[in-house]
Design a protein around this ligand. Structure first.
Ligand code: BTN
Length: 348
C-alpha cells in the first residue's frame, strides 16, 4: 500500500491527490490510506495533508526502504523480488545464500514470497543500507558504512556458457554509467574492465561471482558499490576515490541524491543491456557503445601482466570484452581476469 501511495503522489509532485481518489484507486478504506500516509511521514517523507484537497509529496529524504525502492522501479522482470537489509555481511554473499537455499526458505527470501514476490529467484536484487563485510575484487574489503553508498547485488541464472559470464561485469559497468548520468547529469566513464570513474577517480566498483559446473551456470551474482554521499575517504584511497556528492559539489550543482532512484535507473539499463547480451552471449551488439564510454580509449595504458608489464595504447574492447592494446609491433588482447590496467601516469 505504501509503495502504491508513493507512486500515486509522485506522478505529479505539484498536485494534491485526494484521500477519496486513493481509496477508490486501491480499493481500501480512508483509514487504511491515512495509516499508510502516517507511516510514510514517520519514515521521513514530507507529505502535506490539506483538508478538502488531499495529500501532496513535498520532499523525499534519501531513504532506502523496500517501498521506496519498489516505487522507483520501472523494470519488466528485474528486481521484482527486492530483498532489503538494514545491515548485512555482504549483499553478494546474501544473494548467494538465496540461490543456494534449496527451499528458497531463508527468512529474507520467505518474506519476499509472502509480500507477493516470485518464488523464482532469477532477477532478485539484494540491497543493504550497510555491509559489515563488503567484498571488493582480489579479496579486498569494500568499506560500506550506513547511509554513505548504494550497495546492491543482482542474482541471475542465465542459460549461458560459464566462460561467457565475465562479460556481464562489463554490461553492468555500462548500465551504471547510464544510470548515474540519467539521475545526476554527470558524465561518468568506464575504466576497463568495469570501474566507473568521474574526473579520473573511482566512483563505482563491481564484483561478479559465479557458481558453475564445467558447462552449466548455477548462479551469477553481480554486486555493485556506488559512492554516493561520502564527504571524504580513508587516506589510502583518497587520491583515487570520489563520490557523487563530491563531484556534484565540484560542478556547483545542487542535486538531491536519491539512492532508490539511482538503483531504479541502473536496473532499467541493466535489464536492457542484459537482454541484448543474452542474444549472442557476447558484446558484439554492445561493443561500440561500451567503447564510447571508455575513459582509456586512445590513451596510453600500462598493463600489469604477471608475466611482464608493458605499455601501449588502448584501442577499445573486442566482442568478448578483451581490451585491445596497440604495442606498435603487435596488438595484444588483454583479458580482465589475468591482469589489470593503469593509466601511464596514474590510476586512469
Ligand atoms: C571492487 O573492488 O572494485 C569491487 C567492489 C564491489 C563492491 C560491491 S558493494 C555490493 C556488493 N557486495 C559486496 O560485498 N561487494 C559488492
Amino acid at each position: 500500500m505504501k509503495t502504491k501511495i508513493l507512486q500515486a503522489l509522485r506522478q505529479d509532485s505539484q498536485a494534491y491527490v485526494s484521500g477519496q481518489q486513493l481509496c477508490e484507486q486501491f480499493g481500501v478504506s480512508r483509514t487504511a490510506v491515512w495509516k499508510a500516509i502516517k507511516q510514510l511521514q514517520e519514515a521521513g517523507y514530507e507529505i502535506e495533508a490539506v483538508r478538502n484537497r488531499g495529500y501532496r509529496l513535498l520532499a523525499v529524504p534519501d531513504i532506502l526502504s523496500q517501498s521506496e525502492i519498489a516505487s522507483q522501479l520501472h523494470t519488466r522482470w528485474l528486481g521484482k523480488n527486492i530483498c532489503y537489509f538494514e545491515e548485512v555481511d555482504s549483499t553478494n554473499t546474501a544473494a548467494k545464500r538465496i540461490a543456494e537455499d534449496s527451499g528458497f526458505a531463508n527468512t529474507a527470501a520467505k518474506r519476499i514470497a509472502e509480500e507477493g514476490g516470485s518464488a523464482d529467484w532469477h532477477g532478485t536484487v539484494v540491497v543493504a543500507e550497510e555491509q559489515t563485510a563488503g567484498k571488493g575484487r582480489r579479496g579486498r574489503f569494500w568499506s560500506s558504512p550506513r547511509g554513505t553508498g548504494l550497495f546492491f547485488s543482482i542474482l541471475l541464472k542465465p542459460q549461458i556458457e560459464p566462460g561467457n559470464a565475465s562479460m556481464l561485469t562489463l554490461v553492468k559497468g555500462m548500465a551504471t554509467v547510464k544510470g548515474i548520468a540519467q539521475v545526476t547529469g554527470l558524465n561518468p566513464q568506464i575504466k576497463w574492465p568495469n570501474d566507473v570513474v568521474l574526473n579520473g577517480k573511482k566512483i563505482v566498483g563491481i564484483l561478479t561471482e559465479m557458481s558453475a559446473q564445467v558447462d552449466y551456470v548455477n548462479h551469477i551474482v553481480v554486486g555493485t558499490g556506488i559512492n554516493v554521499h561520502q564527504a571524504d575517504f580513508p587516506q589510502e584511497i583518497a587520491k583515487t576515490a570520489t563520490s557523487l556528492k563530491l563531484e556534484l559539489q565540484k560542478a556547483g550543482r545542487n542535486v538531491q541524491l536519491s539512492r532508490a532512484e539511482l538503483l531504479g535507473a541502473v536496473l532499467t539499463y541493466f535489464e536492457r543491456y542484459y537482454e541484448i547480451y543474452l542474444q549472442t552471449q557476447d558484446l558484439s551488439a554492445l561493443q561500440e557503445e561500451y567503447n564510447s564510454m571508455l575513459v582509456n580509449i586512445g590513451k596510453g595504458v600500462r598493463v600489469l601482466d604477471p608475466l611482464g608489464e608493458y605499455e601501449g595504447t588502448a584501442l577499445g574492447i573486442d566482442n568478448r570484452g578483451q581490451l585491445l592494446v596497440d604495442r606498435g609491433k603487435e596488438i595484444c588482447e588483454v583479458s580482465s581476469g589475468e591482469v589489470s590496467v593503469r593509466g601511464i601516469y596514474g590510476y586512469v
